[in-house]
Ligand binder design. Structure first.
Ligand code: AMP
Length: 211
């Protein structure tokens, strides 16, 4: 199963990708998480992308594509993967198709979520430094402000601040949403109503995949 989870920021792609990857036994590959790790580790790449991410813009195609293709080439991704947050532009989608060659994508799941719901989800989102994600109403941690998995303090991502979210949504509309038509044209797009509880949506994703 070579899957792409496509949709606006805050649509629930990351939460669902983690759950579905676990069920299918394939890696969840999130370019946003990988880039945040580069920033936290103060690597050369991290230094290059930090300011871009803080203002909600896209990092250059070649940087993110090289990073993603190197990850997909690792042995644990040989039997499949879920891409979360990639591709985000037509150039990235074309580079991915070229790299996969004959082993093309199995499906692209499109998370269709209304904009006011996106804003509600992002404003309640809390993250831990290791990538576990909560929501103050929908999926609160057992102890307020503390990650259930590793006991780390939860924080709000800098780019989840309201002005930055507005930029991210307009970047999504302009650069990423055309990929819906791109993949529909290849007959691999599956539309998912993204409203509802976490486990109900996971069941819907698995049903769309025939699992
Ligand atoms: P995310 O966690 O997916 O919301 O990504 C956080 C930020 O990382 C985005 O706002 C971009 O600045 C950057 N980013 C993640 N994935 C990509 C991508 N495929 N192309 C360009 N920028 C990306």
């Amino acid at each position: 199963m070579r899957l792409v989870f496509l949709g606006p920021p805050g649509a629930g792609k990351g939460t669902q990708a983690a759950q579905v990857a676990d069920r299918l036994g394939i890696p969840h590959i999130a370019t946003g998480d990988m880039l945040r790790q580069e920033v936290a580790a103060a690597t050369e790449l991290g230094a290059e992308v930090q300011a871009i991410m803080e203002r909600g813009d896209l990092v250059p195609d070649d940087l993110v594509t090289d990073m993603l293709l190197a990850r997909v080439a690792r042995p644990d991704a040989a039997s499949g993967f879920i891409l979360d947050g990639f591709p985000r532009t037509r150039a990235q989608a074309e580079a991915l198709a070229e790299a996969l060659g004959e082993e093309s994508l199995t499906a692209v799941i499109y998370f269709d979520v209304a904009e006011d719901e996106i804003v509600r989800r992002i404003s309640g989102r809390r993250s831990c430094p290791h990538g576990h994600v909560y929501h103050v109403e929908d999926h609160p941690p057992r102890a307020a402000g503390i990650c259930d998995e590793d006991g780390e303090g939860l924080f709000r991502r800098d780019d989840d601040a309201e002005e930055v979210v507005r930029t991210r949504l307009s970047v999504y509309r302009e650069q990423t949403s055309p990929l819906v038509d791109f993949y529909e044209g290849q007959s691999i797009l599956r539309r998912l109503a993204g409203a509802g509880g976490r486990d109900a949506i996971t069941a819907r994703v698995l049903a769309l995949l025939g699992q």
